[in-house]
Write a protein that binds this ligand. Structure first.
Ligand code: FES
Length: 227
């Protein structure tokens, strides 16, 4: 199960209105497109609506977007139900998106998912009893170089295993936000065991050495010039 329409019916708020700040943001997105093509702004407006609604898209929010862009509601539903980054049912404060595509799977995503499930007492698609966490399984997040990846809201946590996933959940539950990125002692995507190339300064080739300041040839040339 994902955070789309499957499952029990969701209690829907009766209305939705963009905040004054989000109206300005929406207008800025709409202004990027030619007159009459304002519907092209549907994705960023849905994103704004989802963030304002606490991480999911109620029907009323989709209707507000449709009205603002003067497009049929069904066209907005089509977009929102196609892209998995839009959630059509409520999610926890922390949306945990575990990548289980091949590179992450080969690097241990099973342990990441198992740690989430056991720590939170839920399965994939579930929300923890305290309402803090929702766990979903996703396809490649584009961070394979530091697999396995767990996306938490907008942040990537990388190079995880079971223990580091549990520690991450403990920190989030305690209200802390660990720095995103790799949990290993490496810089970005640099090799875990340090550099494997360009580790030594090579001896300069003979011709290059001859041209270096202070080289014998240059000294001889200077001497000759002086004479
Ligand atoms: S396979 Fe997980 S980030 Fe690409």
């Amino acid at each position: 199960m994902n955070t789309h329409a499957e499952g029990a019916p969701v209690a829907q708020p009766e209305s939705f209105a963009f905040t004054a700040e989000n109206i300005e943001r929406a207008k800025a997105h709409i202004a990027k497109y030619p007159k009459g093509r304002q519907q092209s702004a549907v994705l960023p407006l849905l994103d704004l609506a989802q963030r304002q609604s606490g991480g999911w898209l109620p029907l009323a929010a989709m209707h507000a977007v449709a009205d603002m862009l003067e497009m049929p509601r069904i066209r907005v539903y089509e977009v929102a139900s196609f892209y998995t980054m839009f959630n059509l049912r409520p999610v926890g404060r922390y949306l945990l998106q575990a990548c289980t595509t091949t590179p992450c799977w080969l690097r241990g995503s099973d342990a990441v998912v198992a740690a989430c499930e056991s720590k939170l007492g839920i399965g994939v698609g579930g929300t923890s009893a305290d309402g803090l966490f929702t766990l979903v399984e996703v396809e490649c997040l584009g961070g394979c170089v530091n697999a396995p990846i767990l996306q938490v809201n907008d942040d990537f946590y990388e190079d995880l295993d079971g223990a580091s996933t549990e520690a991450l959940i403990d920190a989030l539950r305690a209200g802390k936000t660990p720095p995103p990125g790799t949990v290993l002692a490496r810089q970005g995507s640099a090799p875990i065991k340090g550099k494997t190339t360009l580790t030594l300064m090579p001896e300069p080739p003979a011709m290059q050495a001859a041209l270096l300041p202070g080289a014998a040839g240059e000294t001889a040339k200077e001497t000759g010039d002086a004479g």
